[in-house]
Design a protein around this ligand. Sequence first.
Ligand SMILES: [Zn+2]
Length: 364
Amino acid sequence: MYDFYSPLRLNDIPDTSGISKDRMIAAKKQTNDLLKQAKTQAKQNTCYICKKPCTSFCNSHTIPQFCLRNIAKNGNVYYSNTILELPVLKEDKGINESGTFHLICRDCDSKVFSDYENPDNYNNKITTKMLAQMEIKNNLKNISKRLIEVNLYDLMLGIGMPDYWVESKKRVSDMDLKEYNACFEHGIKRNMKPFEGDYYVPIHIELPYTIPIAFQGAIALFNDLEGNPINEIHNLDPKYVIESVYLSVLPLKDKSVIIMFIKNGVKRYSRFFKQIKKLTETEQLCVLNYIVFAYCEDYFISPDISKDSLERLIQVAGQTTEGVLTSDHQPNLNEIFDKVSPIYNYDDRQNIPNLFLEEFKIIR
Ligand SMILES: [Zn+2]
């Protein structure tokens, strides 16, 4: 077989110790400038929810602020780059600049998420409205990211990235945008007219302590616990829809809530849900902890976590299905599956610290 594909691991970023400080600063500045330009270009004229004209967008948090406050130390939290040690980015973030997006007006931000962003509501049953609001939030976050990326790719064309690369990245982003918009609309509808059973909740775990990690997002799982494919992540057929599962990992004041859910009627995850439901609660937490670190990049971690634990998390953090096409050979989906499946190996879950366990709980 051709060696057409080499998995990209974000923590394989080359050693920068030999690079002069001036060059590092210049690279950091160029990255920040491009990102800033892309963000400006991605700016909308109207609120994404109410569609009213908007000039001053809300600094919306992707994870409820009360969750971040529960894990922060001196007002700061770690985010994924702390673990990946990407040299060009800041290491920790103040709560106000952690994972925010600017797509909706202040009025919508204060009203639309009021059920799920109220910590008291976690003392009662999780309602369909709360799940719908999480779905809206997760998709707004993704829409914002993709809008910025599309602009960033155009800017990269200007600094010499090849046309074919920019075009293929933009094609994928456009397809993603369509899917995120459809899920966003679904959430909006369900939030306005919630019905019991709008969502299926295979996992809902409450822990009697505060875990040191917060996460909320949509994840397109690649394979199940037995290695069978779930999503063909590299399928470029415009008719093929990638289905994501939602995961919320919410540290509260004296407990934590972990919910995995999905739009009702999505069949693609049936086998995976059956497999994970058969496990003990501790094993389920172990799988979910692995999924967060192997698949996601926008989790937040308490600075209370030891350097040793962070270093062990590096083993799986920063994996991506991106890969680097290393030749002109256009691989088919089976070839890609064979290359990517060893990256998402659930056996690795035993080798990393499980931040959901009581031994890591936050003590205040
Ligand atoms: Zn609005």
